[in-house]
Design a protein around this ligand. Structure first.
Ligand code: CP
Length: 296
């Protein structure tokens, strides 16, 4: 796997190997060293979890890691992303972890880099967030490994979510039994690549094994999109009563950042069924697996 651009590039074997490797790293007390492979984090959009976990993952693998400060980089003087990446490649950076608002930019970057360089997509607009879906599925698989028997629900702003898109793709590749996408019509995706759509939260949550909540991503709304957040909260926030519709041992995920009190109630986010901070923890191990896999 030279690059990680989209989940759709992965075979089911490769996807499973990444999950298995992440779980091996989670149990390990020492890690292999890849001291000759430097990583650059290029985050043109904000991030807490993804940027820090890629940095930690690289450090665990003894890879030199550079966090390029995009606010003070030469992008501000008009340099293109391509020229920034080529410049850093000339300095000897081997792996580029890139988050950018432009969809599909990673394929373009992969095309201009030398053969020994690697691109990892850390999120491109509404399109894809493949490392997030690997860590999400790792978290589910660790607790409930027979994915074919699971009903997984994604609840929230599916339309603007790159997390949802990559999770659908991974669910299809790995054969998740049932995937249900719950959103008001306004926030629903037109043609999901996997899963069934509903705007009915009660029927959608029925017998769910896993509920993944998503934030309303206002920053991705176009000028003519408007949402009544109070109505959304009343109809779609995951509350204690609503979670009772799912199976009693159901798991709750959220990729973060959370907007507490809008898509998820505090009692759920911090409750016994929540795996939200376990996701964050697994993010480091999943990203170690990804950094190692692109060097193969
Ligand atoms: N889930 C996620 O991508 O979080 P950050 O934006 O904090 O990286």
């Amino acid at each position: 796997m030279k690059n990680l651009l989209e989940i759709s590039q992965l075979s089911s074997n490769t996807a499973q190997q990444l999950i298995d490797r992440a779980l091996v790293f989670k149990q390990a007390t020492d890690y292999p060293a890849y001291k000759d492979y430097a990583v650059a984090n290029l985050f043109y959009e904000n991030s807490t979890r993804t940027r820090v976990s890629f940095e930690l993952a690289a450090k665990h693998l003894q890879m030199p890691v550079i966090n390029v400060d995009m606010q003070h980089s030469s992008e501000q003087k008009g340099e293109t992303v391509e020229d920034t990446v080529k410049t850093l490649s000339a300095m000897g950076i081997s792996t580029f972890v890139v988050r950018h608002a432009e969809e599909k930019i990673h394929q373009r970057l992969a095309n201009i880099l030398p053969p020994n360089a690697h691109i990892i997509n850390a999120g491109d607009g509404k399109n894809a967030h493949p490392s997030q879906s690997i860590l999400d599925m790792t978290t589910i698989y660790e607790k409930k490994p027979d994915l074919s028997k699971l009903k997984i629900v994604i609840l929230g702003d599916i339309l603007h979510s790159r997390v949802a898109g990559s999770f659908m793709a991974l669910s299809k590749i790995l054969g998740v039994g049932e995937l249900v996408l719950i959103a008001p019509d306004q926030l629903q995706v037109a043609n999901p690549i996997y899963g069934t759509k509903t705007n009915n939260i009660d029927s959608g949550l029925q017998d769910a094994d896993v509920v993944m909540c998503l934030r309303v991503q206002k920053e991705r709304f176009s000028q003519n999109e408007h949402l009544d957040l109070e109505k959304y909260r009343q109809k779609y926030m995951l509350t204690t009563d609503r979670l009772k519709i799912a199976k009693p041992n159901s798991l709750v995920l959220h990729p973060g950042p959370m907007n507490r009190g809008i898509e998820i109630d505090d009692a759920i986010a911090d409750g016994p069924q929540s795996l939200i901070y376990e996701q964050v923890k697994n993010g480091v191990f999943a990203r170690m697996a990804i950094l190692e896999a692109v060097l193969d």
